[in-house]
Design a protein around this ligand. Structure first.
Ligand code: MF3
Ligand code: CO
Ligand code: CO
Length: 284
C-alpha cells in the first residue's frame, strides 16, 4: 500500500486519514496561510493583481513547495484573485485597460480605492495540499463592503464550529446558510468546498447551505475545506468567456473565506490559521 492510499474510505468515498497525516496538512496549511499574510502587506491602490500573484509564486518557490493551481486543468497562475463582483476563480492580470470586457464593472487589473478582493492560494508541501483564501481591501472600503466581509468571515467560522464527529455536512451548510440569510445576504450555490489531503479536490462536496442532519456524518480523520461565497445581492453566478472568472449575475459584491480543516476527536484542527492572526482583513 503506498502513501496515496493510506487510511480507509467511508461508503461516501471520503478518506479517513491517520493521526500522523495531520502533521503533513498542518505544514502545507501553514505555508499557504503565511503567504496570505505576506499578501496582506502588499495590497495597495495601484497594485496589479498579477504583481500579487507573482509574489505568491515567488514565495512558494522560495519555500521549496509547489503551486497546486499552475497547470491545474490548464490554469496558469499561483492564485485566484477575485475583485468586487467576481465570486471566485478570478485570473490575475496586468492589463491597464482590456480591449473588450464582459465583467460589467471592471476594465483593468489595477486595484482602486475601495476595491475588495479575495486571494486564494493552494500549495503542495511533501505531497499534502494546503488551500486557503481570504479577503483584502485596497484603500478604504464602503461600509456595506466591510459588512459583507464581516458576515462572510463569521459565516465560515460558524460553519467550522459545527465540525465535530457525529455532526453531518448538512449541519455545516445549515449553520452557514442560516447565519448569512439572517443578515439578508445570499449564499452562492454554484461552488462548494471539497475534501483534500494528498489530492486537491476529493469527495465530498462541502455545500454552504443545507438541512440539519443531512449528508454524510463527520468522522475523525476527514480533511476538507469550507469556503463560503456570499453575495450582497442574489446568489446566481455566471462564468465569463475566459472559462474561469465567475461573477455575480446581478453584479452585486461577493466575498469568500476558505480554511482547510481536519476533524479531530472533539472538533477540528484548522490547518490554515494565519501565523500573524490576520485572517480577517480588519485585523480585529
Ligand atoms: N483554490 C480553489 C479552491 O478553493 C481552486 C482553484 S482551481 C484554479 O478549490 F485552477 F482555479 F486555480
Ligand atoms: Co478549496
Ligand atoms: Co482555494
Amino acid at each position: 500500500m503506498n502513501d496515496q492510499h493510506r487510511g480507509r474510505l467511508t461508503r461516501d468515498g471520503i478518506r479517513i486519514h491517520e493521526t500522523a497525516d495531520f502533521k503533513g496538512m498542518h505544514k502545507a496549511g501553514h505555508l499557504a496561510a503565511e503567504i496570505l499574510d505576506a499578501v496582506g502587506r502588499n495590497v495597495h491602490v495601484g497594485q496589479t493583481t498579477s504583481a500579487i500573484d507573482q509574489l505568491i509564486e515567488d514565495r512558494i518557490e522560495a519555500a521549496g513547495a509547489k503551486s497546486a493551481t499552475i497547470g491545474y486543468k490548464g490554469y496558469q497562475h499561483a492564485s485566484c484573485i477575485s475583485v468586487n463582483h467576481v465570486v471566485c476563480h478570478g485570473i490575475p492580470g496586468d492589463k491597464i485597460r482590456k480591449w473588450k470586457n464582459d465583467t460589467g464593472r471592471r476594465d483593468d487589473d489595477t486595484l482602486r480605492d475601495g476595491d475588495i478582493l479575495n486571494v486564494d492560494v493552494t500549495v503542495i508541501v511533501d505531497g499534502w495540499y494546503g488551500d486557503t483564501s481570504r479577503m483584502y481591501v485596497a484603500g478604504k472600503p464602503k461600509p456595506y463592503a466591510e459588512k459583507l466581509i464581516d458576515v462572510t468571515h463569521d459565516a465560515l467560522m460558524t460553519g467550522i464550529e459545527a465540525v465535530r464527529p457525529g455532526n453531518t455536512f448538512g449541519d455545516i451548510g445549515h449553520a452557514i446558510q442560516t447565519y448569512v440569510e439572517e443578515r439578508r445576504m445570499s449564499v452562492v450555490r454554484d461552488f462548494c468546498g471539497h475534501g483534500l489531503g494528498r489530492v486537491f479536490h476529493a469527495p465530498p462536496n462541502v455545500l454552504h447551505y443545507g438541512r440539519p442532519g443531512s449528508g454524510p456524518v463527520l468522522e475523525e480523520g476527514m480533511f476538507f475545506t469550507i469556503e463560503p461565497m456570499v453575495n450582497l445581492g442574489r446568489p446566481e453566478t455566471k462564468v465569463l468567456s475566459d472559462e474561469w472568472t465567475a461573477v455575480t449575475r446581478d453584479k452585486s459584491l461577493s466575498a469568500q473565506f476558505e480554511h482547510s480543516i481536519g476533524v479531530t476527536a472533539d472538533g477540528c484542527e484548522i490547518f490554515t490559521l494565519s501565523p500573524d492572526a490576520k485572517f480577517h482583513p480588519t485585523w480585529d
